[in-house]
Design a protein around this ligand. Structure first.
Ligand code: C2E
Ligand code: MG
Ligand code: MG
Ligand code: MG
Length: 276
């Protein structure tokens, strides 16, 4: 019986492995098609000042994929696959191009955001030609470097060689840098001090604990104090309720982002809501 059980378990793992590998291979192939076709879009989520005010403080571009065969695929599912197979370079470049183009279009339509934030994968930063490509992209669209912000995660420090040097070069261009999902990674405070970033984004997992977990509230207060002493801006992500917003406001968090303030939306809807 024990032998049979072991056998079943083996079969189970083998099946699961094969399914996962198949799914990845299929996703890879479909992603290739997505890039060649017209299946990718950017949605934009507003960032607002916590103290109020009508004007957006910025917006974050979030990638959306509608596959004719799979339907809507969330980034959490396809970004890791794109990173593994190397497609992320092309995908990331598409995002960068589209976000810059959108800023220029919005400018012409009378919606002038201070800056647009784009998520960057470690794999993109590793490319030796990244800086050159970034410079060329900004020039091609005629977008001032100061109006682009790149959101990176703490994993960059561990995974990208010469990460600090590359980030310093990006900062020298005038492009802003924000540390995304702050508090969920492993970066030490001494790295933080070296990083040429302008903002810390407080991860949604801490915001979710407001009013429920004293520990999360303590972490948020500490991050805000840390940011203040390092002269960094603070942005809280995933704000979904009024009590959360109230807490963040009282604690002096500068900017807020989340479903309560606005969901990620297509550019036309974003313009209709925040323009004019
Ligand atoms: P992220 O950069 O931390 O983005 C925040 C995620 O939280 C987004 O999910 C957003 O839609 C979601 N969100 C915002 N407000 C709320 C809220 O109030 N409640 C809840 N429950 N969720 C909220 P999304 O769009 O599914 O993206 C997930 C992750 O995928 C992003 O996390 C980012 O790491 C990655 N990603 C998205 N677009 C890109 C891209 O263009 N390039 C790269 N490299 N990564 C991307
Ligand atoms: Mg982000
Ligand atoms: Mg985030
Ligand atoms: Mg997050």
């Amino acid at each position: 019986a024990a032998k049979q059980e072991g056998r079943n378990r083996y079969q189970f793992y083998r099946r699961a492995l094969t399914d996962a590998a198949l799914e990845r291979a299929q996703l890879q192939q479909l992603l290739h098609q997505a890039l060649a076709g017209d299946e990718l879009r950017l949605h934009y989520q507003v960032k607002l000042l916590a103290q109020g005010g009508q004007r957006p403080a910025g917006a974050e571009a979030l990638l959306r994929w509608f596959s004719p065969s799979l339907g809507t695929v969330p980034p959490a599912r396809f970004i890791p696959v794109a990173e593994d197979c190397g497609l992320i370079t092309e995908l990331g470049q598409w995002v960068l191009d589209e976000a810059c183009a959108q800023m220029v279009r919005w400018d012409a339509q009378g919606l002038s955001l201070p800056h647009i934030s784009v998520n960057l994968s470690v794999r993109q930063l590793e490319r030796i030609d990244f800086l050159q490509t970034l410079t060329a992209t900004l020039a091609r669209h005629g977008l001032a470097p100061e109006r682009l912000e790149l959101e990176i995660t703490e994993s960059i420090i561990l995974n990208a060689e010469n990460a600090v040097a590359t980030l310093a070069n990006i900062a020298t261009l005038g492009v802003r840098l924000a540390l995304d999902d702050f508090g969920t990674g492993y970066s030490s405070l001494s790295y933080l001090k070296q990083m040429p970033i302008q903002s810390l984004k407080i991860d949604r997992s801490f915001v979710m604990g407001i009013g429920e977990q004293r520990g999360d509230e303590a972490i948020i207060r500490t991050v805000i104090a840390l940011a203040r002493s390092l002269n960094l801006h603070t942005v809280a992500e995933g704000v979904e309720s009024d009590p959360q917003l109230e807490f963040l406001r009282e604690e002096g968090c500068e900017q807020v982002q989340g479903y309560l303030l606005g969901r990620p939306q297509p550019p036309e809807a974003f313009l209709a809501e925040w323009g004019g």
